[in-house]
Design a protein around this ligand. Structure first.
Ligand SMILES: NC(=O)c1ccc[n+]([C@@H]2O[C@H](COP(=O)([O-])OP(=O)(O)OC[C@H]3O[C@@H](n4cnc5c(N)ncnc54)[C@H](OP(=O)(O)O)[C@@H]3O)[C@@H](O)[C@H]2O)c1
Length: 305
C-alpha cells in the first residue's frame, strides 16, 4: 500500500516509517524540515497548519492510507504552554486539514494518534474506550487539551469517505520520550524532584515506543474503525511504578508528600496522574487488531531502555 506518515520526524513517526517499509509498503514521509526526515520512499514537505501546503503535499504522495502522528510536544520542556496550545491546534485545525487533504488525494483510510490518559477519573480503576473524556477537568489547560483530543477523535471517526481509526497511546516510554533518562520526567526523577503523593493511587497505562509502532502498523493494515486504547497489559498505580522507575534510573527514592499538597508542588496534571487518573484497558485493541504488546509490562524497560 501507499502510506503517508504525517509527523514522520517524531518519536513514533520516525521508527514507524522504517517499520512500514519493512512490511513492503511504499511510504511517503511528510515533514516540515527535510534535515529531520527518516529514510523513506519519498519525502514531502508541509506545515499541517498551512492548509494549502498540506493539500499540495498529500496530493503529490497519492496515499491509500494516511497516518497522523503530529504533535508539538517536543517543545514541552522549553515552553509547556506553547507546546500544549500548538498541539491543540494540530489536533483541531491540523486534523481538519489532513482529513480534507486525504480525501482530496483519494486516500481510503486515516489512522490518527490520540492519548489513553484523557478519561475522567470516575468508575473502575481501569477503563475501556467508552468511558467519558475529562472535557470538564478543573484545570483549564488540561480541559482545553482534552477538548482538542475529543475534537480530533470526532473528526477522524466521522470523516465521510474515509475509514478512520483513532489510536489512544498510553504514556510513552523508551528512546526519545519524556521517560527516557534524558527526557523531562527522567531528569525530574534523577534530580529528586518528583515526589510521590501519599497513597500514590493514580493509575498510569504505559506503552513502549516499539509497541506504539507495531500497533500502528497493525492499524494501517486492518480495516478497523473507531477508537482503540494502545497500552501495555499492566496499568500501574504511582505507588508501584514511580519507586521502580527511580531505582531503574539510579535516582534517589521519591519522597512522600501529603496528597493535598500535590497540585501545588507538582502542577495540576502530574498531581492528577499520580493521585486520581484511571488506567486504560487494551482488550479491544487485542481483539480488533490481533495485536499484543511486545513489552506487556512497564517493568521491562521503564527507566532503562
Ligand atoms: N502523546 C502525549 O500526549 C505526550 C504527553 C507528554 C509527553 N509526550 C512526549 O512527546 C513525545 C511524543 O511523541 P510523538 O511522536 O507523538 O511526538 P513528537 O516526537 O513531538 O513528533 C511530532 C511530529 O509532529 C510534527 N509536527 C509538529 N508540528 C507540525 C506541523 N505544524 N506540521 C507538520 N508536522 C508537525 C513534528 O515535526 P518536527 O520534527 O518538524 O517538529 C514531528 O514529526 C514523546 O517524547 C513523549 O514522551 C507525549
Amino acid at each position: 500500500m501507499r502510506v503517508l506518515v504525517a509527523g514522520a520526524s517524531g518519536v513514533i513517526g520516525h521508527p514507524l516509517v522504517g517499520a512500514l517499509r519493512a512490511r513492503g509498503h511504499q511510504v511517503s514521509a511528510l515533514v516540515r524540515d527535510t534535515s529531520r526526515a527518516p529514510d523513506a520512499d519519498e519525502t514531502v514537505v508541509a506545515d499541517a497548519l498551512d492548509r494549502v501546503s498540506l493539500l499540495t503535499a498529500v496530493e503529490a504522495a497519492r496515499p491509500d492510507v494516511v497516518v497522523h502522528q503530529m504533535t508539538a510536544l517536543r517543545l514541552l520542556r522549553d515552553d509547556p504552554a506553547g507546546a500544549f496550545a500548538r498541539t491543540a491546534r494540530l489536533r483541531t485545525e491540523g486534523t481538519a486539514h489532513l482529513v480534507e487533504a486525504a480525501r482530496a488525494a483519494g486516500a481510503r483510510r486515516l489512522v490518527a494518534q490520540s492519548i489513553a490518559f484523557a478519561a475522567a477519573p470516575a468508575g473502575d480503576p481501569v477503563l475501556d474506550e467508552d468511558a467519558p473524556l475529562y472535557v470538564d477537568a478543573p484545570d483549564p489547560g488540561w480541559a482545553a487539551t482534552v477538548r482538542a483530543v475529543a475534537e480530533l477523535e470526532r473528526q477522524v471517526s466521522s470523516a465521510a469517505g474515509l475509514s478512520g481509526l483513532v489510536l489512544r497511546y498510553g504514556t510513552l516510554y523508551g528512546p526519545g520520550t519524556a521517560y527516557a533518562q534524558t527526557g523531562g520526567t527522567g531528569q525530574r526523577v534523577l534530580a529528586g524532584k518528583l515526589p510521590l503523593p501519599e497513597g500514590g493511587s493514580g493509575i498510569t497505562s504505559f506503552l513502549h515506543v516499539e509497541d506504539a509502532v507495531t500497533a500502528t502498523v497493525a492499524a494501517v493494515e486492518s480495516e478497523a474503525t473507531g477508537v482503540l486504547h494502545i497500552t501495555d497489559d499492566e496499568p500501574a498505580p504511582a505507588a508501584d511504578w514511580l519507586p521502580h522507575y527511580a531505582r531503574a534510573l539510579g535516582a534517589p527514592a521519591p519522597r512522600t508528600v501529603p496528597a493535598a499538597m500535590a497540585p501545588r508542588l507538582l502542577g495540576w496534571f502530574t498531581a492528577h496522574q499520580l493521585t486520581a487518573a484511571r488506567g486504560a484497558s487494551n482488550d479491544r485493541a487485542r481483539t480488533t487488531l490481533g495485536w499484543k504488546p511486545l513489552r506487556p509490562s512497564w517493568r521491562d524497560g521503564l527507566g532503562t531502555r
